[in-house]
Ligand binder design. Sequence first.
Ligand code: NAP
Length: 284
Amino acid sequence: MKIGFIGLGIMGNFMALNLLKNGVELNVYNRTKEKAKEHIEKGALFLNSPKEIAEKSDIIILMLSNSKAVSSITEGNGGLLNGLHEKKIVINMSTIEPDYSCELHERVKSKSSLFLEAPVIGSKIPAKEASLIILAAGDKEAFDASDKYFNMIGKKIEYLGDVPKASYLKIINNQIMGITMGALAEGFALADKIGLDKNIIYDIVNSGAFANPMFQLKGKNIINNDYETNFPYKHMQKDLGFAVKLSEEFKTFCPLTCTIDNSYILGYKKFKDEDMCAIYKSLS
Ligand code: NAP
């Protein structure tokens, strides 16, 4: 079985390396070829277009920033869809709009191939340590064939049924995460103005009932002025935007999601490529 991997960014880089570590025969493609250097050194074959990846692989995994990136990989003469034929499996692990995921499913089906959406929970470190949480939905036959590979990059794999249930779950997860991140950032910003040491807030919050690993990790990063990108600010805003859109579609009241989305939009230009915890700087 040959696996094709497209998108060697923060997450895809380590996911592809973990497949190689497990002896998988890997074809890779990335818009910026230099990012494939280590993969090539470790035995991956770099192919020159997404179309070629589709033609020469049985399972094709996409890990791209957003729907615009996914469509630039899937469409056109050199695009992935143009290289698909019977019974290939396409797995989109990027977080994209649920509607676009459904559209992608239909496009892949029209090429007699199978489709899974499989967004992930967990950032750069879980990607490196192969401990991602993978939410999958789509063709069950594709899931059964791919489960083995998911286990090489993840610690918990959930099959949820039809597309776009995995996208929905991923967006709700990040809606909760974004609001939580905003709560910590806002508390820290107020503490600064009052003249309270952020270390005390950190210690007390992390000793109480709502202590959580994200407060511990991102709280320390903010205190240390460390905004090295694990989960990009721009991707957090993208996902909050999806959550606002879903809330509108399903007519739910989402004041917290709207507010935190707007706060991310406020600092977008300045902080988009930093870590999502730069929301603290945006709110300060
Ligand atoms: P990233 O570092 O920004 O990487 C994005 C990838 O997409 C790169 O390979 C990039 O290619 C490619 N790309 C972007 N625009 C493109 C275009 N127009 N045409 C072709 N390729 C394009 O993103 P990431 O952090 O790995 O995240 C990938 C996905 O996983 C996103 O949907 C994100 O929301 C989701 N996610 C991320 C995290 C995280 O903590 N980072 C966690 C969970 C889920 P180049 O290398 O050429 O730029």
